[in-house]
Design a protein around this ligand. Structure first.
Ligand code: C5P
Length: 241
């Protein structure tokens, strides 16, 4: 599908999973492959948008994307790098889609040299500290910009929530609390687990609005799911008749 319905829109997409270094050779990471985020960036580009993809350790080959017109790719690894890249790029964006799986915590200290087991004994304790919540920070900054004025449609913010909850009602309850807590306009809610959501080619998602309404559902290939998510931007940014 490449009907140009997102022409003129500047879309920032994050993809993949952040890695938090422990020492020069080790990290704490997650199983996000980046497939959904890369599908979003590809679909948005093909629909006419100008796209900035910030890719954190994606397992997808990005070579085919590098030739696409209107698409910029920035590679990052840690949450700190992702945060810097997002905060820089967001000022030039009309919409941000935070598909990346961001580490909630990082090691408090990063060892300068490889941690050796002969200096540690049988137990090794790690202290983790909380990372900034990039999505919530962007939404809070937008709220501050618009304090005391009518909400401006200058930036649409879409977050993701990957939960291991499989019960639909409980999943929706978690999602509704999360979209309000984060302050995003929408939340893409899905169930992930050992064999679902992450690293697969298919996805099943519920699209929630900030009001807690289900505004869409999608199931199928990640490209198809990407197109349903991007429809949210078409609705919001469509020129008024
Ligand atoms: O709280 P949780 O990790 O489930 O939130 C998921 C959403 O928040 C995703 O859109 C993710 O990209 C974003 N996030 C973030 N910064 C964090 C943690 C999550 O932007 N530190």
């Amino acid at each position: 599908r490449s009907n140009g319905d997102l022409a003129g829109l500047r879309v920032l997409v994050t993809a993949g999973g952040t890695r938090e270094p422990l020492d020069p050779v080790r990290y704490i990471g997650n199983r996000s492959s980046g497939k959904q985020g890369v599908a979003l960036a590809t679909a948005a580009t093909e629909r006419g948008a100008t796209v900035h993809l910030i890719a954190a350790n994606v397992e997808v080959d990005l070579a085919p994307l590098l030739g696409l017109p209107r698409l910029t790719v920035t590679r990052v690894s840690s949450t700190a790098e992702l945060a810097t890249a997002v905060h820089t790029a967001v000022v030039e964006s009309d919409a941000v889609i935070m598909a990346a799986a961001v580490a909630d915590y990082r090691p408090e200290t990063v060892a300068e040299a490889k941690i050796k087991k002969d200096s540690q004994g049988d137990r090794l304790e790690l202290t983790l500290v909380k990372n900034p919540d990039i999505l919530a920070d962007i939404a809070a900054a937008r709220a501050e910009r618009h304090a005391g004025t009518e909400p401006q449609p200058d930036l649409t913010i879409i977050g993701f929530a990957a939960e291991t909850e499989t019960d639909r009602d409980r999943l929706l309850t978690l999602g509704r609390a999360k979209v309000v807590r984060k302050g995003s306009d929408y939340l893409v809610l899905n169930t992930v687990g050992w064999s679902a959501g992450f690293a697969t080619d298919v996805n099943t998602v519920i699209l929630l609005s900030n009001a807690g309404d289900i505004v869409g559902e999608a199931s199928g290939g990640k490209r198809e799911v990407a197109d349903r998510i991007l429809d949210l931007l078409r609705l919001k940014h469509a020129p008024q008749p």
